[in-house]
Ligand binder design. Sequence first.
Ligand code: CO
Length: 175
Amino acid sequence: MSHYLRIYPDPVLRKKAANIDDFSENLTVLVSDMRRILAEVGGVGLAAPQIGVSKRVILVRMNPMGRVEDEDVRVFINPEIMDATGSRIGEEGCLSIPDVLGEVERSAQVKIRAKDLLGKHLDFTAQDLVSVIFQHEIDHLDGILFTDRMSAAKKITISSQLKQLKKKYQKDRKS
Ligand code: CO
């Protein structure tokens, strides 16, 4: 089955994704499809569930304000937040929730533990916008969307947009 961008309220977006245990498992097709789709839509990050694969794999643009270059997009397997400090509030969007934007409070700095495609251990600290991208993408692996983290008052302002997306999803499934 070919991979395509899943849109809210596709149920795969709410599933807890599975760890990758076996690095001999063929991740190449998954990762290249993720890279292709992220490049097509021009986002700063993508999680495997967003293309219908419930596995703990994310892509992150490490220099999100810079020019879009393939080598800037890095893949992280089984990423975990080991520590989080500070706070920052910023506007977020999500490729799976088109045209919806909203303010979310996040940690300003996170310590990340992950593996690369070869299973090599990675430990590092992410700051500011990159830290937010990691938090947003790791949330996807747990079935959490940025809209879940908006304040109750802000949620009201996007409720009709979410309703429209639900309607469209039902309609597209029937046709
Ligand atoms: Co997202």
